[in-house]
Design a protein around this ligand. Sequence first.
Ligand code: 5AD
Ligand code: SF4
Length: 469
Amino acid sequence: MYQRNTIDISRIEEQEKICREIYEIINAAETRPLAMVDTYGCQQNEADSEKIRGYLAEMGFGFTQDEFEADIVVVNTCAVREHAEMRVLGNVGALNHTKKAKPGQIIAVCGCMVQQEHMAQKLKMSYPIVDLVFGPHELWRFPELLHEVLTKHKRIFATAKSDGSVAEGIPLKRDGTVKAWLSIMYGCNNFCSYCIVPYVRGRERSRLPEDILKEARGLVEAGYKDITLLGQNVNSYGKDLDIGTDFADLIRMINDIPGDFLIRFMTSHPKDATEKLFKTMAECEKCAHQLHLPVQSGNDRILKVMNRHYNRAKYIEQIETAKKYMPDLVITTDIIVGFPGETDEEFEDTISLVEKIRYDAMFTFIYSKRVGTPAAVMPDPYTREDKQKHFDRLTEVANRISGEKHKEYIGSEQKVLIDGETGRDEYNLSARTNGGRLVHLKGDPSLIGQFKTVKITDGNTWALYGEME
Ligand code: 5AD
Ligand code: SF4
């Protein structure tokens, strides 16, 4: 039986003490040292970068987006597809110039990509400018690792294999003031045959409800209006804790926190999204009617070789149940095209599923071979061009449906949360509907952070346009 490993709070306090020691070292100079954190990949990675920034802020760093100005550059990487890895390697390579211009610059590379042994090796051998490499399991002790780099003047690699742990009390420096990420669990146990995540992020570990609630209360008190609960598979929240609290119960507890805010969550796995969850979503007035339910494929054979543990019929049934409770539910999905051996006919099943469900938005990917996963050694007779053709066709269908769905909003009134500026003159504000659809508006930036009812005047594939009353 897997034992949940928690990092004792005294060890996090120790890290904060090291932050103060680093403060003494780096703040001896006249100008305030600056840090740049560059994040690739999913929201979980965004949330991890907020912890890295939290530690850096405690060390006394200011922040910059300019790598030439930065005294430390932290690149938080993704491993989910080859494309993301290539971008990371290209950008890390380009830091050669910045380090030449600023020889004392520290370069750290962390996150999922470096948790793969071959990638850590590659950085060690071919990227001598990199001073520090650490995987997701070592993030909680980033101060200690950086201290070692600074005082011992040697390169540090911390990427040992691990099932992972849960660390509470790491300082956070959040990016926004309206929307916040809230990690409720880490890791993944599913081992979908194409996916690297379970190998790099370890086993599923849930945070305790009281720790999550404390953080959620803090967010509401600080004025956050849109809280997204994060996990690789939020539907299995609590299974490892054995305290009788599941994900639906957790939503209800957060919904009970007084205040005007929205609860969103991602990502759900169809194999264990329950009717109880949909019923709870419908009953909790703060829970957004939004569901990201990655289907990956509409074909039963492909779903089986993907090791997804559901079939097309079960998926459709789930969506129907969810819609029974929430007729206005906004549904989005992820789809992989070109899984090894996927035939034209099998791909057609994905198209027909998409036409049936009519997703509000879709994230589509061409299969990318990941070293060490079962799919990497499956026969794959189709060419990149075959896959690209399927991909283009799916994108076309997805865009058409999103456009049609957005047109259906025209003339309706929607309660939206105004969350930022677009940087454009005409429609200068951005907002989100309850279901998470993007709305462009005109108005005063002082409205950011407020809920408003707006009339939708136009819509295209990517966004809605609205007017305030
Ligand atoms: N190739 C392509 N897409 C992938 N995803 C995960 N692994 C791969 C891979 N090897 C996609 C899935 C997942 C999303 C986050 O990324 O669709 O839901
Ligand atoms: Fe997120 Fe997965 Fe990429 Fe890691 S590999 S950053 S968990 S998408």
